[in-house]
Design a protein around this ligand. Structure first.
Ligand SMILES: NC(=O)c1ccc[n+]([C@@H]2O[C@H](COP(=O)([O-])OP(=O)(O)OC[C@H]3O[C@@H](n4cnc5c(N)ncnc54)[C@H](O)[C@@H]3O)[C@@H](O)[C@H]2O)c1
Length: 432
């Protein structure tokens, strides 16, 4: 481990969530002294005991191992003591949610010291850093941004599950309120980022590009869902169509799933919309794609309804086993989770739902704790998110567990290898 320059050594990371904890640890195992600040006492206490439910890993180590190593080495600690952390650190990184940025900055401003760097990494409405964060920090601290303290923005581009790798190897972009702030942010980011850190000319460019990056995924997902409805009607496999189309070197169609979840993509349009309205614009295509994607849970429920009808069963009263309710494959994150939305709609429609997801720690009434329980005695098995444990499922285990004339609705294409076996055992297999 190289020695970190002394002015980069002490880092306070605000927010110890999906981004903040792995980012804090990334600074810490590279030699910084890190204060992981959060307002949730329970989270702080658990983290300090080495407990986290995140599923990240790096170079063969799980985040749990990394956390415990860093706690033991004394380079990382979680804390709710904001003044204490700010007193010790001159590098302050924000990874709180958009709605929490302003409150967070009000507190930071009160304890800001001359020469501190404030680096916003939250995804924000373009303009937030200069139009909202800057005046708050100046007012609360009585100091001038770019003169008495440094202020910069850097977009956070990681995908959950790949956080450590992407902090290190995805190009990181930054910009500052002045050249000194940008240079100072670049230096700090380079402690973690192992590829060149790119300095853009303006903060608004970095804020906007981050939002566009997320919105383009929302739009691409809406497009591929429309393609999936088309191929369903045509009677061909969307997955094979995509595989064929993607052999074209300028085509990159995404895989359709049961919806768009998590904190970032469903919110992306809502980061553009307020600024567009302020500038007297509408973003019609983006709005339509967002609306279409928000409706996907209903579309999925209707596909299941039709599939059950084809075996003379009604959704109301049907016993449904759901595999996976994280917002995406191999994740523990169930925030804005389309599977949860789908389960709620199924229950509202009178289905009796049991669901299993070994990675998600949240308790739900519909949650069961084993594969056996979720498969047993069901009229329908619905795959909504993959988890490693689901690789154990064989055609036999499904065939021997489900009711007569059952359906399998596989939104993740998990059972593509066993679908013929299922079909030949009178199980109706549907995918999207
Ligand atoms: N999750 C992702 O994959 C991802 C990817 C790219 C960008 N982002 C962006 O990063 C930001 C953080 O996302 P996340 O998924 O880590 O959110 P998160 O909800 O997991 O974590 C945010 C944490 O901030 C804490 N917090 C709130 N107010 C605070 C305050 N005043 N002081 C200290 N802590 C406070 C919360 O208690 C929470 O633990 C968001 O802006 C998000 O859009 C997230």
């Amino acid at each position: 481990m190289d020695k970190v320059k002394s002015h980069l050594e002490n880092v306070a990371v605000f927010g110890q969530g999906f981004v903040g904890l792995p980012l804090s640890l990334s600074f810490s195992f590279r030699g910084c002294n890190v204060y992981g600040v959060d307002i949730l006492e329970k989270l702080v206490n658990e983290t300090n005991k080495g407990i986290t439910h995140h599923t990240e890993c790096f170079e063969g180590k799980t985040i749990q191992t990394i956390l415990n190593e860093e706690l033991e080495a004394g380079r990382y600690r979680a804390t709710a003591d904001i003044p204490g952390a700010l007193e010790k650190c001159n590098n302050i990184v924000l990874t709180v949610g958009m709605t929490e940025v302003i409150e967070c900055c009000k507190t930071i401003g009160k304890y800001l010291k001359k020469g501190d760097l404030v680096l916003v990494r939250s995804t924000v409405v373009p303009g937030t850093t200069e139009d909202k964060v800057l005046p708050i920090l100046e007012e609360e601290s009585g100091m001038k941004a770019g003169v008495d303290f440094y202020l910069a923005y850097s977009s956070e581009r990681i995908a959950e599950g790949f956080a450590f790798d992407e902090f290190a190897y995805m190009p990181t972009i930054t910009a500052g309120v002045n050249a000194e702030s940008a240079a100072r942010a670049k230096e700090l980011l380079e402690v973690v980022c192992q590829v060149p850190v790119i300095v853009a000319s303006e903060i608004k460019i970095v804020e906007t590009s981050k939002v566009f990056e997320n919105v383009q995924r929302d739009v691409n997902i809406a497009m591929v869902q429309e393609f999936a409805r088309f191929t369903e009607a045509l009677g061909v496999s969307i997955h094979e169509v995509i595989e064929v189309a993607n052999t074209h070197k300028r085509v990159n169609l995404l895989t359709p799933g049961p919806g768009v979840g998590g904190y970032c993509i469903p919110n992306a349009y809502h980061y553009i919309e307020p600024k567009a309205t302020e500038m007297n614009m509408t973003m019609d295509i983006l709005k339509l794609c967002r609306e279409k994607n928000a409706d996907l849970p209903n579309v999925m429920v209707n596909i299941l309804k039709d599939s059950l009808k084809s075996v003379s069963k009604e959704l109301s009263g049907a016993k449904v086993g759901v595999l996976g309710f994280a917002m995406k494959d191999y994740s523990n994150d169930d925030r804005i989770s389309p599977p949860i939305e789908i389960i709620k709609l199924l229950i509202e429609a009178g289905a009796k739902v049991e669901a299993f997801d070994p990675a998600v720690p949240t308790d739900y009434d519909f949650k069961v704790d084993s594969l056996d329980k979720v498969l047993n005695g069901k009229d329908a098995i619905v795959v909504l998110a993959k988890q490693k444990q689901f690789d154990e499922i064989t055609a036999d285990s499904i065939i021997s567990s489900v009711n007569k004339n059952a359906v399998v609705f596989d939104t993740r294409n998990l059972f593509k290898g066993i679908k013929d076996e299922l079909n030949s055992s009178n199980i109706v297999y549907t995918t999207i």
